[in-house]
Design a protein around this ligand. Structure first.
Ligand code: CP
Ligand code: NVA
Length: 310
């Protein structure tokens, strides 16, 4: 079997690869400024390629941005919810991988459990991309870092603060920190702490990742403040989460403790009045719409990397 370039979590990529993807995304975005959204990039890096997308969970941004991305790269897509596939009736994910590998050139999956993303990749002979699992959201974090860099320059040496649930989004930031050399301050309550294995691995790579229960401490002087929903897809302890995470709301007062030119990021969907106030998410420091758009640009470069074009 050949060795496809999977994009499963950020641990598996070198910092140099992440940098190549980020720079390609910025260049590709700049090259098509003012173009209609449906026009194909001049180099057509996905010519004759088809991406299959499998969704075990809901999605707006990931679904539309990967579809738009493949069209802009000159390729095609086939999209299905897992529940409509035999996968949803118990067909092994390994068999799904082998079959799709005979039909398409890459597979993106949004999965309930990260182990299933890994199993899919183990049995696939084409690249597999993680479009969110319980353990990470790597495509999102590349779009986020691209957005930060567009507005504030290189992320290397800068300080990012993640406030709230130590979830999949937080995990991918932890993984990116040592790879791209930024400082990450995380504030989370003890019961919704980030993954300890991710924290240990970041430390082993000399990553500058700190954790605290105090959001004010995490945000102090930061160049970027990030939060995410308090109740992720699949979480069942809704009421407990809202209670435990209530002190972690990003409001104007908390933003005021960050650097004067700090920016705010949120992967969306947002719950205004819970993890973030209207004043912050809809305020002048918020980059959320660029961040959402950049899902397309970052994923085009992830796809180009998977196809060996960059
Ligand atoms: N941020 C993100 O992944 O959004 P969707 O759930 O809409 O895909
Ligand atoms: N942490 C959220 C992100 C949604 C894009 C979730 O997993 O539901």
């Amino acid at each position: 079997m050949n060795h496809p370039r999977h994009f499963l979590d950020l641990w598996k990529l070198d910092g140099a690869d992440l940098r190549v993807i980020l720079e390609d995304a910025k260049a590709r975005k700049a090259a098509r400024a003012g173009w209609p959204r449906g026009r194909i990039d001049a180099d057509v890096p996905a010519r004759d390629r088809t991406l299959a997308m499998i969704f075990e969970k809901n999605s707006t941004r990931t679904r539309f941005s990967f579809d738009a991305a493949m069209r802009q790269l000159g390729g095609d897509v086939i999209i299905s919810n897992a529940v409509d596939m035999q996968l949803g009736r118990g067909e092994p994910i390994e068999d799904t991988a082998r079959v799709l590998s005979r039909m398409v050139d890459a597979v993106m999956i949004r999965a309930n459990t990260h182990a299933d993303v890994e199993r899919l990749a183990m049995s696939a002979s084409v690249p597999v991309i993680n479009g969110l699992s319980d353990k990470g959201h790597p495509c999102q974090i590349l779009a986020d870092l691209m957005t930060f860099e567009e507005h504030r320059g290189l992320v290397t040496g800068r300080t990012l603060a993640y406030v709230g649930d130590g979830n999949n989004v937080c995990a991918s930031f932890i993984q990116a920190a040592p790879k791209l050399g930024f400082k990450l301050n995380i504030a989370a309550p003890a019961i919704y702490y980030p993954d300890l294995a991710d924290l240990a691995r970041a430390a082993a790579l000399q990553g500058q990742v700190t954790t605290t229960h105090d959001p004010r401490e995490a945000v102090a002087g930061a160049d970027c403040v990030i939060t995410d929903t308090w109740v992720s897809m699949g979480d069942t302890d809704h009421d407990e989460r809202l209670e435990a995470l209530e002190p972690y709301q990003v409001d104007a007062e908390l933003m005021g403790l960050a650097a004067r030119d700090a920016v705010f990021l949120h992967c969306l969907p947002a719950h205004r009045g819970e993890e973030v106030t209207d004043a912050v998410i809809d305020g002048p420091q918020s980059l959320i719409w660029d961040e959402a758009e950049n899902r397309i640009h970052a994923q085009k470069s992830i796809l180009a990397w998977c196809f060996g074009k960059i």
